[in-house]
Design a protein around this ligand. Structure first.
Ligand SMILES: *Cc1c(COP(=O)(O)O)cnc(C)c1O
Length: 334
């Protein structure tokens, strides 16, 4: 099961003028500090504040005629993307969530015109409700990462990056369920076979990394993280994103909470930009010395739907407490 360059080119046609072709800007700071040109692809500038709009638009556009509605159980950027894409098509969207999801996230998705079904106290209960809607009411269920049309949509980022800067030699891609990395790697390697594509995950809760090590999908614990958009499993019946990441990624690097904390400060103080923890893992991997830059490199700033109170703590160098996860404060530049 795979996604080809032809699928990605077709996705680019489908979403053109609906998801934005985003700018890619140079980081003077990263180039000066690490000796090679470093590019930031600004997916946080998408209408929903994250790249997930690309995959959602392509998936919704490819649904069979007469589909009654769409459902998913993402509380984050995929939920927003599906809500946006369904509204645009005049189709009903139901996003299923657990009782534990904070009110602002529920409101954000309702504001895009989707219905929200609150179901049970776990993500599993919310997932079961989504499955019920699919089975009993004929809704199409769209996975955030393990769906060929979603992967092809995310892959359009790879096309754009190589179109914008053909000299790129390495791409650092935030990695969770792997839809983003699979799509980008499929596009980039079809165009430029010797480009290196490296996935970056958090060192705790890295389900794709653990699955690649094991040779099959595995479930792991998910502690709270500054990079909350990178949480979640890859699905035990994964069909697309696992085999594609296995076959296409050159490496997967893990970064710590402290490294993400520092990279959020770098983005803020050096680039004057605000983004989610999940976005800065590429910067964190370089800063941590776990990855030597060997030529022009690009990373994707994937989204900006973050808790601004947490960001305020990070930029002022205070300690951060997320559930059981404690991150020691550190003033930038000291
Ligand atoms: C979904 C998401 C990711 C990871 O994408 P996968 O396809 O699940 O690997 C990274 N950053 C942000 C902001 C996201 O919403």
């Amino acid at each position: 099961m795979t996604v080809t360059l032809a699928d990605i080119l077709s996705a680019a046609n489908t979403i053109r003028g609906r998801a934005d072709a985003t700018p890619m800007v140079p980081s003077v700071h990263m180039e000066q500090a690490y000796g090679h040109p470093f590019w930031l692809k600004l997916e946080l500038a998408q209408p929903i504040g994250a790249f997930k709009l690309r995959g959602a638009l392509n998936a919704v556009a490819n649904l069979p005629e007469g589909t009654r509605g769409v459902t998913c159980c993402s509380t984050g950027n995929h939920g927003r993307g599906v809500a946006f894409a369904a509204r645009e098509k005049g189709m009903r969207a139901v996003v299923c969530m657990s009782e534990l999801v904070p009110a602002p996230k529920v409101d954000g998705i309702r504001a895009l015109g989707a219905d929200v079904h609150i179901h049970g106290r776990t993500q599993d209960a919310a997932f079961a409700e989504s499955v019920r809607l699919a089975e009993e009411e004929g809704f199409a269920m769209i996975s955030p990462f393990d769906d060929a049309h979603v992967i092809a949509g995310q892959g359009t980022i790879g096309l754009e990056m190589l179109y914008q800067r053909p000299e790129l030699e390495a791409l650092l891609v935030p990695l969770s369920g792997g839809g983003l990395a699979a799509g980008i790697a499929a596009a980039a390697k079809a165009i430029k076979p010797d480009i290196r594509v490296i996935g970056i995950s958090m060192d705790r809760g890295a389900a794709m990394y653990a699955s690649l090590q094991a040779g099959h999908p595995v479930e792991i614990e998910e502690p709270e993280s500054l990079a909350d958009s990178l949480g979640g499993g890859i699905g035990m019946d994964n069909r697309f994103s696992f085999p594609m990441c296995r076959d296409l990624l050159d490496d997967v690097i893990l970064v710590s909470e402290a490294e993400v904390y520092r990279a959020l400060q770098t983005l803020y103080y050096e680039e004057r930009m605000v983004a989610e923890g999940a976005c800065v893992v590429g910067i964190a991997a370089v800063e941590s010395g776990k990855l030597d830059l060997t030529g022009p490199t690009g990373t994707i700033l994937t989204g900006r739907n973050l808790d601004m109170r947490v960001l305020a703590q990070v930029i002022s160098g205070r300690d951060v407490q997320l559930g059981d996860t404690h991150i020691e404060g550190h003033k930038y530049g000291t």
